[in-house]
Design a protein around this ligand. Structure first.
Ligand SMILES: Cc1cc2nc3c(=O)[nH]c(=O)nc-3n(C[C@H](O)[C@H](O)[C@H](O)COP(=O)(O)OP(=O)(O)OC[C@H]3O[C@@H](n4cnc5c(N)ncnc54)[C@H](O)[C@@H]3O)c2cc1C
Length: 615
């Protein structure tokens, strides 16, 4: 736990909309007006989007990829020539130097055509070597590697191991200095490394010798290294195959005394996990953009099918329950777009801390997009379940919704599972309290530390806590925003204060045990996430309205989205349980694991025995 705690960014250099929201302050000014792309930047992005889509349509058949499991080398070469491996790499290093927003638009467009190709580009640029190198590399490292990466030297990010997934601090891969001190020697195995089997350059996280603390204790250190895959001792042990994303190259990698120059250490010794987390803060923005693209595809398929498919005397879109599914696709796409564009825009503007926003965007977007895909598949009925190849074989329109579902399932697992996002967000949301009063709840804190905390905390809470009760959100507050928009702004304002109060009560009542109440924390995070998305939708809608850019019926869609987010907020808020006590969920789960519910497994094949690996 301590290694993970040390790896988080411990200061807030800029304000964060979500951090303030969880603390009971609805600072709409941080996200309104909506950070719209400038017309010039938009034009640049649109040109690249059109070019890459045309290239892919002419050169790549995503359905063939399902069988060959290879993106043809000619396609990779063509993408490299178009600069697609250096989208965000500055021009001085041979990249396109595009904004985060344009990068996300390109990945979104590529993903709407072929998810595996989007993953190739995104694993290279969102989490692969260019991103951490840009942030943490020395000028020499940038000069050495960025031009190669921009030209198309594929890169990858190797963190996960066989025994280590969500808790990377426990990793076993090691890096030790050679006797002459000129090299690092890496030993270990990395699992599920996307692009790993074809990468030229890989960023590898490994345990380096512990740091001696002043009190004599040793602190585990994880560091990040740039590793060339042609180094002796590197090998690909296995190429993995998944339910979807059939074209990605993902594998089990072995590092057997791999010797790399000492100067290939990225950032400082012991900073590897922090580097991974900071990289993911912007890396995570790609997934919301990509799933927004997938949802647009679903919307397009849903509306076409709702119009064209006729049953029981009329188009299925004229039957209310099917129409409701179509609205999920429309409203969901609108919400996903607002979240993806807001977070990318904030990243480009650079005046706010977006670590919580990126995580919330990933958590919310992957959940909602899954629902949209499921609805679209249901609308397509049997054709939704049939593969595109089979539909094509029968001579029918072959919308690849079944493939989209398989390709998308990974989104709530990679780059931190949804459970882990909730824990991460709740930790950050509580940070203000932990910094002020953390010592009060820490049994290991000294009396001096506790007294300091009392003084610090009492001054703050004397103002903060009453403000949460007196924080009126009645009309005419936000009257400037107009009718229904003002109502929803007042709602977010009011709920932000209520959520902060509930979170504070949960902390006071449970003390350090709150960490174990994951369902409570998760519901707090879900409530805050819904409020954030509602604010994003309102900001986008109101900015577009002010600029005279509203599309037909956009007001109806935006209003419906706010209504359903309000319902979701109420639902998660009402489920937050703050009283201390044993968790009935954990008690029953313990019984299940102890074998008390074995009777539930009667009369089935012995799937566990049959599936055990032969050792
Ligand atoms: C297609 C694919 C591509 C990938 N690409 C990469 C890559 O490029 N580089 C890389 O390093 N890794 C990669 N990964 C690994 C991916 O990031 C991990 O799968 C992910 O971090 C989860 O780890 P795990 O699968 O070991 O699950 P585990 O950590 O074993 O978790 C299993 C389940 O337990 C839950 N869980 C775990 N801990 C807790 C907790 N404390 N509280 C509550 N719930 C918990 C999780 O949410 C999950 O539901 C990839 C994986 C896949 C399948």
């Amino acid at each position: 736990m301590q290694v993970a705690e040390d790896a988080r960014e411990d200061s807030w250099k800029h304000k964060s909309f979500c951090e303030e929201l969880f603390s009971g302050k609805f600072n709409f000014g941080l996200i309104y007006p909506f950070p719209e792309q400038s017309q010039d930047d938009k034009k640049i992005g649109s040109e690249h989007v059109a070019k890459v889509l045309k290239f892919l349509e002419d050169n790549l058949d995503p359905l063939t990829l399902e069988q060959t499991r290879e993106i043809p080398p000619t396609v990779i070469k063509g993408l490299a020539e178009m600069g697609m491996f250096g989208i965000k790499i500055p021009k001085e290093y041979g990249g396109l130097g595009l904004s985060q927003t344009n990068y996300n638009r390109i990945i979104h467009a590529v993903g709407s055509y072929c998810a595996s190709t989007a993953v190739l580009l995104s694993a290279h640029q969102s989490i692969g070597v260019p991103q951490p190198l840009k942030i943490f590399g020395t000028p020499e490292q940038k000069k050495r590697f960025l031009p190669r990466l921009a030209k198309g030297a594929i890169s990858a990010f190797a963190l996960t191991e066989l025994e280590v997934g969500s808790d990377p601090a426990q990793m076993k891969t090691t890096a030790t200095l050679s006797e002459d001190g000129k090299h690092w020697i890496i030993n270990g195995t990395k699992l599920w490394c996307t692009n790993g089997p074809v990468a030229e350059i890989i960023i590898v996280m490994a345990v380096t010798p512990p740091k001696k603390l002043p009190d004599g204790r040793e602190k585990k250190q994880i560091s990040a290294f740039i590793v060339e895959s042609n180094s002796p001792g590197f090998s690909v042990l296995y190429r993995c195959d998944f339910m979807g994303l059939k074209g990605i190259q993902n594998g089990l990698l072995k590092f057997d005394n791999v010797k790399i120059p000492r100067e290939n250490l990225l950032w400082d010794e012991g900073k590897g996990l922090k580097l991974a987390l900071v990289t993911l803060n912007t890396g995570r923005l790609t997934l919301p953009a990509a799933v927004a693209g997938g949802s647009r595809v679903c919307f397009e398929i849903s509306r076409t099918w709702c119009k064209e498919r006729s049953q029981w005397g009329g188009p299925i879109g004229d039957h209310e329950s099917s129409a409701a599914r179509l609205l999920v696709a429309a409203g969901g796409t609108y919400a996903l777009d607002a979240v993806a564009k807001l977070t990318s825009g904030l990243a480009d503007r650079g005046q706010t801390d977006i670590r919580i926003e990126a995580s919330v965007a990933k958590l919310f977007s992957t959940g909602l997009s899954w629902k949209i895909i499921d609805n679209t598949l249901q609308l397509r009925g049997g054709r939704g379940y049939e593969t595109a190849l089979s539909l094509k074989g029968r001579g029918e329109d072959y919308y690849p919704i079944e493939k989209l579902m398989r390709d998308s399932r990974i989104n709530s697992i990679i780059e931190g599972t949804s459970n882990i996002q909730r824990l991460f967000v709740s930790r950050e949301a509580l940070d203000r309290h932990l910094r002020l009063a953390g010592a009060l709840f820490n049994p290991k804190a000294s009396i001096g530390e506790k007294l300091t905390a009392v003084v610090k905390a009492s001054g703050y809470y004397a103002f903060w806590y009453p403000r949460l009760w007196l924080n009126f959100a009645f009309w005419p507050r936000y009257a400037w925003a107009g009718g229904w928009e003002g109502c929803y702004l007042r709602y977010v304002h009011k709920m932000s204060a209520r959520l902060a109060r509930k979170m504070f009560h949960a902390m006071v009542l449970n003390g350090p045990k709150l960490e174990k109440k994951q369902l409570t924390l998760g519901r707090i995070v879900d409530t805050g996430s819904n409020l954030f998305v509602m604010a994003a939708v309102l900001s986008r809608y109101m900015t577009r309205k002010k600029n005279g850019l509203l599309n037909p019926s956009e007001d109806i869609v935006a209003r419906r989205v706010c209504a359903s987010l309000k319902a979701a907020t109420c639902s998660s808020y009402n489920k937050i349980r703050i009283m201390p006590g044993k968790s009935p969920v954990l008690s029953l789960s313990k019984k299940i694991m102890a074998g008390e519910l074995d009777w539930l497994s009667e009369d089935i094949a012995d799937v566990i025995r049959l599936s055990r690996a032969k050792k």
